[in-house]
Design a protein around this ligand. Structure first.
Ligand code: NAD
Length: 554
């Protein structure tokens, strides 16, 4: 047996050993346990003899990932790696973000949710169902980690563009929290994914014997409100320093819950606020290309849901910040929904659309709306593909020398137009961004690299900053400032190739800088509960987990 050297720190008495350690995903290193560790931790004989370093482990994982024939198989493989060895999982994600992000998050995660009950292997996160009413507080005691700092919670009613997936929507909070750890370095033990199972109205799931949730119809009305209230109270009591991110709730509930809880709990809705922030950052970059002031712009949105209103509200905040009156700024944002132009004579408008219901005659088609509003930016958040038709895009090209055309609907198949269409139909003048990735486009002797307005540029950094300051509230101002930080990291070189976001390889640095700014705001506004500090950068840095190193004892 190899002798022990004094390099090893003393093993804490409650540290798992032997097989228990190999089954602990937070501490397991698999074949990378050194001989010294194998001796000390009762692992000899339980692992193949050759000690491998993390680089070799990554190689093995990537060979496996690339050897699979479908993205869903890649997803299943990666989730099982996450269940075995989290540090290695994050090392793989961080080192191969471009390749892995579309698998552990959109678009593949959507497919994984649709198939969730069929590919289910091990639970991850917490499921809290209607049957737990009255004892949610006690149940939360079952979670093994004490210092939870960020929670992503969904009730599964509007999973991506896939509608009601009920409890099978758990893939989304799990995937989103993986991005918090990968993109901002928040330690996985500080992250808690939660699905509230309030039933489902999806008839396919109700018929499916493999559906993991309660096979009953959704709870609605006051009973739903009461359940959410019990959950929010219990979760803030059990994890008083946690930020709660509301995720993929149906549109009306999303707006309502955000308004109800934002002042009471450190909470936010990424679909609304994160989307607003990432889109505003893209607009700032686009205006650097066109050399136009923000206050000269007019925006037309196709889609007036969470994403559209979230973006509109942040554009208004940005215009007000530059000195425009709020009412005037709102008139710079126009919306078309499934019934046509959102205007003041309509009687069917949901509450969240009312601030944008300006006086105008009714119009039904997008092209007429473009001709009437004469926008300089066209933003697609309808979930309906190919709605930015050639006449629409050509009209944009006539109104503006450098029209902003953002086709943000996900996944790629739902985009309002393709990158090629936007560039070709404006003869290379469009400044284009999409929600899902598009390949570079060659046109007129130039190569254009479309920017991807991915919320992952924003929410991990906002979450990290909120945690660092232990903020009482997550405010709109934080998202506004996050947009400015993101935009400031777009280089002239990015802009020359038409890319209005930094490359994904920059994302950890983007998150770090956003986190610092968000924490500063929390202190400036008196929202921080953490001790006063002169070294916010240091506090943020100390929270960042680096999966390139296995720590000895967590
Ligand atoms: P939502 O359901 O809240 O809103 C959709 C809106 O589109 C509604 O106002 C609806 O009336 C409207 N709509 C539906 N059919 C239409 C039609 N034929 N013509 C015009 N309007 C129509 O959904 P959401 O959360 O706002 O998301 C919308 C889309 O935006 C999704 O595809 C989503 O993937 C995408 N999204 C992208 C990003 C991003 O790129 N970063 C972020 C969030 C959402």
């Amino acid at each position: 047996m190899e002798t022990l050297t004094p390099r090893m720190p003393k093993v804490p008495p409650d540290f798992p050993r032997g097989v228990k350690l190999l089954h602990d995903p937070v501490r397991n290193k698999g074949s990378a346990f050194t001989l010294e560790e194998r001796n000390l931790l009762g692992l000899r004989g339980l692992l193949p003899p050759r000690v491998m370093d993390q680089d070799i482990q990554v190689r093995r994982v990537m060979d496996n990932v690339r050897g699979k024939t479908t993205d869903l198989e890649r997803y299943i493989y990666l989730v099982s790696l996450q269940d075995r060895n989290e540090t290695l999982f994050y090392r793989v994600v961080v080192d191969h973000l471009d390749e892995i992000m579309p698998i552990i998050y959109t678009p593949t995660v959507g497919q994984a949710c649709v198939q969730y009950g069929h590919i289910f292997r091990r639970p991850r996160g917490m499921f809290i169902s209607l049957e737990d009413r009255g004892c949610v507080g006690d149940m939360l005691m079952n979670w093994p980690h004490e210092d939870v700092r960020i929670i992503v919670v969904t009730d599964g009613e509007r999973i991506l563009g896939l509608g009601d997936q009920g409890a099978d929507g758990m893939g989304i909070p799990v995937g989103k929290l993986s991005l918090y750890s990968a993109c901002a370095g928040i330690h996985p033990t500080k992250c808690l994914p939660i699905t509230l199972d309030v039933g489902t109205d999806n008839p396919d799931l109700l018929r499916d014997p493999l559906y993991v949730g309660l096979p009953r119809r959704r709870l609605r009305g006051q009973a739903y409100e009461d359940f959410l209230e019990e959950f929010m109270e219990a979760v803030t009591k059990r994890f008083p320093r946690a930020v709660v991110q509301l995720e993929d709730f149906a549109t009306a509930n999303a707006f309502h819950l955000l308004e109800k809880y934002r002042g009471q709990v450190a909470s936010f809705d990424d679909d609304i606020q994160g989307t607003g922030s990432v889109a505003l950052a893209g607009i700032y970059s686009a205006l650097r290309i066109s050399e136009q002031p923000l206050l000269d712009q007019r925006f037309l949105f196709l889609g007036a849901g969470e994403a559209g209103i979230g973006i509109g509200d942040l554009i208004v905040a940005a215009m007000v910040d530059e000195g425009m009156d709020e009412a005037e700024a709102r008139k710079r944002c126009w919306f078309v929904d499934s019934k046509g132009l959102v205007e003041s004579s309509r009687k069917d408008l949901a509450h969240h659309k009312l601030p944008y219901a300006h006086d105008h005659e009714p119009l039904t088609g997008l092209l007429e709306a473009v001709k009437a509003v004469r926008p300089t930016g066209l933003i697609g958040v309808s979930g309906v593909p190919q709605t930015f038709t050639r006449p629409v895009i050509e009209a944009m090209g006539e109104i503006s020398e450098r029209p902003m055309i953002f086709a943000l609907s996900n996944p790629t198949s739902k985009a309002e137009c393709t990158a090629r269409q936007a560039y070709t139909w404006t003869r290379g003048r469009a400044i284009f961004a999409s929600g899902s990735p598009f390949d570079p486009v060659d046109y007129g002797g130039r190569t254009f690299v479309p920017g991807q307005g991915n919320n992952a540029y924003i929410f991990p950094g906002v979450g990290l900053g909120a945690i660092a300051a232990d903020t009482r509230e997550v405010t709109d101002e934080m998202f506004f400032e996050a947009a400015k930080v993101l935009a400031s990291m777009v280089t002239d070189r990015d802009l020359q190739i038409g890319r209005i976001y930094p490359s994904l390889g920059m994302i950890r640095e983007v998150s770090r800088r956003i986190a610092i700014r968000v924490a500063e705001i929390a202190y400036e506004r008196g929202l921080a509960r953490a001790a006063q500090t002169d070294d916010i950068e240091g506090v943020v840095g100390d929270l960042i987990f680096d999966p390139h190193e296995y720590s000895h004892y967590v």
